[in-house]
Design a protein around this ligand. Sequence first.
Ligand code: HEC
Length: 148
Amino acid sequence: MSRTILKIACASLIASAAIAAHHAAGATDAAPASPQKKPYTVKDGKVDINTYHGYLYYGDQCMRCHGPDGAGSSYAPNLTESLKVMTKEQVENTIINGRKHVDSSNEKVMPAFGTNEDVVENMDNIYNYLLARSDGALGRGHPEHLDP
Ligand code: HEC
C-alpha cells in the first residue's frame, strides 16, 4: 500500500522534473543535447502538407511586406534571419499583436493578425514554413508537397 503511494509519488516527481527540464530548454533555447525533431518534413525539396499550407498562407498574408520566400524587403525584415534569433512564442506574439516602428525617420507598421482566422489557424504552418526556410532545409520558390 505505502509502496504504491511511493511509486506514484516518484512517477509524478519524475514527470514534473521532465516538464521543468523541457520548459527550461525552451526558455533558454540552449544548444540541444539531443536534437529536437523538426516540426516540418522536407524530402527531395518537397514539404509535408502542413508546411505547404504555411507556404501558401505566407504568400497570401505576409509576402507583400516580407518579400518572396521570407527573404525580406526594404520595408520589412528578412524572416529567415529573424527565426534564427526569435523563439516561436516571440514570433507568434508578433503575428498576433503586430509591430510598429514609427519615429521621425521610420514609419514601419505590421498589422495585428490576431483576428485574422486564416493566419491564426495556420500559425504553426506559417511558422514551420519559415523555420524550414531559416534552417536552410527548404530553398526558395514554390515547393511541391509530399502526399498527405
Ligand atoms: C503591412 C506589412 C506587413 C505584413 C503584411 C506583415 N508584416 Fe511582419 N513586419 C512588418 C514590419 C514593418 C516589421 C518590422 C517592424 C519593426 O521594425 O519593428 C515586421 C516584423 C515582423 C516580425 C519580427 C521580425 C524581427 O526580426 O523582429 C515577424 C516575426 C513578422 N513580422 C512576421 C510576419 C508574418 C508571419 C506575417 C504574415 C502573417 C507578417 N509578418 C505580415 C510588416 C508586415
